[in-house]
Design a binder for this molecule. Structure first.
Ligand SMILES: C[S@@+](CC[C@H](N)C(=O)[O-])C[C@H]1O[C@@H](n2cnc3c(N)ncnc32)[C@H](O)[C@@H]1O
Length: 553
């Protein structure tokens, strides 16, 4: 005997009972399917054999109830999707990655897509009950709608929702695996929008893991077999999409920081063309099923980005705020393994300020391995001047320089020989060989650093940094304009602008850093020594170039 649990359908927006106070009674999956058919699911073409099999022997559905469902769907609710999430256990849905997206987030993502363009076609990978297709179909009244869904039951719900919303004539639903699919190409732009399924790697088949690695390698990227299913969806989208297509995906945010997420990060920095990432704090309950931090990613295919905007919001209301957040340079993103750190910093900076790392890379100077050998002195007499480089080798040289270092003759010289000694002419080569004999006797070829260099004799100084900084002292670091073209060894950091900066901006930056950097910004060691690692220095907040120019006037 069939037992029907009375199921109250809840209002998707308020969490209250259906807005008119009435109950719908859908007590089983067959009944849910019957409701979907009554709402016109058959009007959306492309039925699969799996769907036909599911609908072979269904109960009749009450027409009054169907009317009520229709009314609610037309009022932008999703009673079928809600019923599905109640009837199918959380554990079963977790295996499928079936966490449906709250309507407020769907609406904000559709608006984010509208700010990017007007698509001719919309693809929703992992359609579920078609929340995205329904909202985007209304927002873009001429776009063709394509849903791809593995679960035939969910696909039938998607069809019913699309039909009830009056979108059947523009819609196709494909039952299949998004990774295996090749969707026909179409003239014009396609919008990829949705919530790729989050399924952990333990549940993914080895054959698909091999697919991920193979397809990533083909594109010059690397992939980890520990990646969750959402990473596969990003890659599959890169495989499907064409230049100028665009997209908005929501996922759990962990890929921003973990090793396996590197594939998604790399795709966003290359062919998928990341434009913006908005991180949603778990307090905003982006996914009511789980206390997860979410990330909404906007991308434009083929637009190898120079930078990506990052933002963090605490409430779903803040998603409607169209202020872009903080622009982070691609080089910074390429070298930073934890992108969420950059969104935290973006939150704390005052208007008009960026992290120093946005403007400059900070590199520690080269380690020589043996200063007594590689800093020139009596033992190196006779070496040609072409291998001797004026170099900052003591912090006090920067402290005493003031804001500008312009006399290289006050500095000691570091011996930097080419890896390939055949480059030298015969006379220089003889002088260098004589020196190397002495250096060997001093043990310069034996240390850890020397034995890990390409050639033990080639120190490999970095090019002159336009700005030099001390990084370890009992006082705040000194920042010095390097007009002497001096090199630096590992007692100093070099600041290398990512883009050319005007002399006014560089001078303003040095002035600002000199007066604003406090010992508390660095890491203090026993005895009061404060050290700034390059990454810590990159995190110092500084005025933007525009603000520095304005201040100079
Ligand atoms: C996170 S849910 C999103 C559903 C819907 N787009 C929404 O946001 O409300 C992901 C959906 O992807 C489907 N799915 C899981 N693996 C899939 C695959 N390999 N190909 C296509 N769909 C898949 C699940 O059944 C589920 O409906």
């Amino acid at each position: 005997m069939k037992t029907t649990t009375q199921l109250a359908l809840f209002d998707a927006h308020s969490g209250d009972r259906a807005s008119n106070g009435s109950y719908s009674t859908i007590g089983s999956e067959p009944e849910l399917l019957a409701a979907a058919l009554a709402l016109g699911a058959r009007d959306v073409p492309g039925w699969s054999p799996q769907e036909e099999a599911l609908t072979a022997d269904l109960p009749l559905f009450d027409l009054v109830q169907a009317e009520e469902l229709l009314r609610r769907i037309r009022a932008n609710e999703d009673p079928l999707g809600e019923a599905f999430c109640t009837l199918r256990s959380t554990a079963d849905r977790r295996v499928q990655g079936a966490t449906y997206t709250p309507p407020g987030i769907v609406a904000a993502m559709v608006e984010a897509a509208a700010r990017q363009g007007t698509p001719d076609r919309i693809v929703d990978p992992g359609t579920g009950s078609a929340r995205f297709l329904n909202a985007a179909g209304r927002r873009f009244p001429r776009a063709a709608l394509v849903g791809v869904e593995l679960d035939p039951l969910a696909a039938i719900l998607a069809r019913a929702n699309l039909a009830a919303a009056g979108l059947a004539d523009r819609a196709t639903v494909i039952v299949g695996d998004y990774r295996a699919l090749s969707i026909d190409s179409t003239p014009g732009q396609t919008l990829y929008i949705g919530n790729p399924p989050y399924v952990r790697h333990h549940l993914l088949e080895p054959l698909w893991k091999q697919w991920l690695v193979r397809e990533a390698v083909r594109r010059g990227l690397s992939a980890s077999q520990l990646a969750g299913l959402h990473a596969y969806f990003f890659l599959a989208t890169a495989l499907q999409a064409h230049p100028r297509d665009f997209g908005v995906f929501i996922t759990a945010a962990e890929w921003m920081d973990v090793n396996y997420g590197r594939l998604i990060r790399d795709l966003l920095l290359t062919e998928l063309g990341g434009k913006r990432i908005v991180v949603i704090e778990p307090t905003a309950l982006p996914f009511p099923d789980a206390a997860t931090t979410a990330a909404i990613v906007t991308f434009e295919v083929g637009s190898k980005p120079r930078s990506i905007w990052l933002k963090r919001v605490n409430t779903l209301d803040e998603l409607r705020d169209s202020r872009p957040g903080r622009c982070v340079h691609r080089e910074r993103l390429a070298t930073e393994r934890r992108w969420s750190r950059l969104t935290h910093a973006a939150q704390s900076g005052p208007e008009g300020y960026v992290e120093l790392g946005e403007l400059c890379r900070v590199h520690r100077g080269q380690v020589t391995g043996a200063n007594r050998v590689w800093i020139a002195g009596a033992h190196s007499e006779g070496l040609p001047s072409s291998v001797l480089f004026p170099t900052v080798t003591r912090a006090r040289e920067l402290f005493s320089a003031g804001s500008v270092l312009d006399d290289p003759t006050t500095l000691r010289q570091v011996i930097d020989l080419p890896t390939d000694l055949d480059q030298l002419d015969a006379a220089d080569r003889r002088a260098v060989e004589r020196f190397l004999e002495r250096a060997r006797r001093m043990g310069a070829d034996l240390g850890y650093i020397a034995s890990n260099r390409k050639a033990w004799w080639a120190v490999g100084l970095r090019s002159p940094a336009p700005v030099l900084a001390t990084y370890m002292a009992r006082r705040p670091p000194a920042f010095v304009r390097n007009r002497a073209d001096a090199r630096h060894i590992n007692i100093a950091h070099g600041l290398y602008p990512r883009e050319p900066l005007s002399e006014t901006v560089v001078a303003g930056l040095i002035r600002y850093l000199a007066q604003a950097t406090r010992l508390t910004d660095g890491r203090t060691y026993a005895g009061g020594l404060t050290k700034f690692e390059p990454r810590e220095m990159e995190r110092l907040l500084v005025p933007t170039p525009a603000l520095l120019e304005a201040q100079a006037q």
